[in-house]
Design a protein around this ligand. Structure first.
Ligand code: NAD
Length: 408
């Protein structure tokens, strides 16, 4: 099963608990547009290499297409379609006036020089700029795409179109029209979702937390949970993890990793493999690295009280069923990690209005929105007597149906 088929399977499961119009059902089976482009790049040795680039414009029912651009050697059109579908659902769950889209380039960016990477990024825009724009399609960063890459892309777009509003790409550096709070938005957003649902899910006031992955999302989530008095039991990166019964200080762990290149040997901690880390007894397990980490293979061994999905797609559908039976609620990615796209949308709004909001204002708005929508997802799952993932899908689907109805 490819990733797009997996996404469709999730949709099918949600449709068993939530009725939608035939018109919406038909529209959601495929993207509105799929664009595949060839991007020529003059390499440093003067040869020309062609890279494959994508933009999937999945749904514009609720607003302009919105979604990141992923640089990865495994990126392909099916992955980008699946991610575009999830963005459609995520923007609807967050109730922001955006549709869903996603982009990508099949490339290992670590194999390119900085000049080649810039030429490739500008090349993606040259190939696609006619289909982008603040009212049409607003891309953002994703795996392996940085604020600097967004700066290059925004600049290329302005050169080609003359549009000076700077509102076509989000996730830009602060000094180039980026929003305060964007860097920490996904981790912080995950915390706001957790704080809303903590009591409803029967968790104590102070929880123990295990986090897989300590990049942008996992690292920031660790800090905000620790700042609020929760205990970080374990953290990991791609090389492995560390565990400390009395809790870890995320700032010290980050500093140690910068100095030593890995977590190995962090004082007063035990080493733990990434597999074992997922099986630790804790209150909150946060996968914040890759997709497909909790599967049928290990779902039975998971001992957390809840899973907070900050990565995209970390739990497979069959694992979902095992966890549901074991009474372990999974707060789904389309709600839990939506902080990033929400603040991206705030960036777009600030650019269009020529405003710059303070970090406090951005995070207050984010918190209010996620507190409200987390409650809505919880209520929907209760009403439909189903899990939180299907509850979140059902909420998104009712909003998409309303948008379709309004267009008639
Ligand atoms: P990142 O590249 O900054 O960090 C990824 C982290 O995962 C790194 O610490 C890496 O060492 C670690 N990692 C990689 N393989 C691992 C493995 N096998 N076991 C344990 N750790 C491993 O990426 P990020 O931006 O933090 O994104 C992480 C996830 O969150 C992705 O699934 C991404 O799609 C999702 N996400 C990110 C955002 C955002 O705003 N950055 C928004 C929504 C969803």
């Amino acid at each position: 099963m490819n990733q797009f088929e997996g996404a469709q399977l999730q949709l099918g499961r949600a449709l068993k608990v939530q009725h939608i119009s035939d018109g919406l059902r038909a529209r959601l089976l495929r993207p509105e547009r799929e664009l595949t482009v060839a991007i020529p790049v003059t390499m440093d040795d003067d040869t020309t290499k062609i890279f494959e680039g994508y933009r999937v414009q999945y749904s514009s029912l609720r607003g302009p297409y919105k979604g990141g651009i992923r640089y990865h050697p495994d990126a392909d059109i099916n992955e980008v379609k699946a991610l575009g579908f999830w963005m459609t659902m995520k923007c609807a769950v967050a109730d922001i006036a955006m549709g869903g889209g996603k982009g990508g380039i099949t490339v290992n960016p670590r194999e390119l020089s900085k000049r080649e990477l810039e030429a490739l990024s500008r090349g993606w825009v040259k190939a696609l700029y006619r289909d982008l724009g603040p009212e049409q399609d607003v891309p953002a960063p994703d795996v392996n795409t940085t604020p600097e890459i967004m700066k290059w892309m925004a600049n290329e777009y302005e050169k080609l179109t003359g549009d000076k509003r700077n509102a076509t790409f989000t996730g830009k550096p602060l000094e180039n029209g980026g929003s305060e709070g964007r860097g920490i938005a996904t981790g912080a957003g995950g915390f706001y979702v957790f704080e809303t649902l903590r009591k409803e899910l029967g968790l104590p006031e102070e929880v123990s937390v295990v986090i897989q992955g300590m990049g942008n999302v996992g690292g920031n989530a660790a800090k905000i949970f620790a700042e609020h008095g929760h205990k970080i039991l374990a953290m990991s990166d791609s090389k492995g993890g560390i565990y400390a019964e009395d809790g870890l200080d995320p700032d010290a762990v980050e500093k140690y990793k910068k100095e030593h290149g890995s977590l190995k040997g962090f004082p007063n901690s035990k080493q733990i493999s990434n597999e074992k880390l997922l099986e630790l007894k804790c209150d909150v397990l946060i996968p914040a690295a890759l997709e497909n980490q909790i599967t049928k293979k290990n779902a039975d061994k998971i001992k957390t009280k809840i899973v907070l999905e900050l990565a995209n797609g970390p739990t497979s559908t069959d694992a979902d069923d095992v966890l549901f039976k074991k009474n372990i609620p999974v707060i789904p990615d389309i709600l839990a990690n939506s902080g990033g796209v929400v603040v991206s949308t705030f960036e777009w709004e600030q650019n269009l209005k020529n405003e710059h909001w303070s970090e406090k204002d951005v995070l207050t708005k984010l918190r209010t929105l996620l507190n409200r929508e987390s409650k809505n997802v919880f209520d929907m799952s209760r009403k439909l007597k189903t899990d939180l993932r299907r509850g979140a899908f059902a909420l998104a689907l009712t909003r998409l149906d309303k948008a379709l109805e309004a267009k008639k």
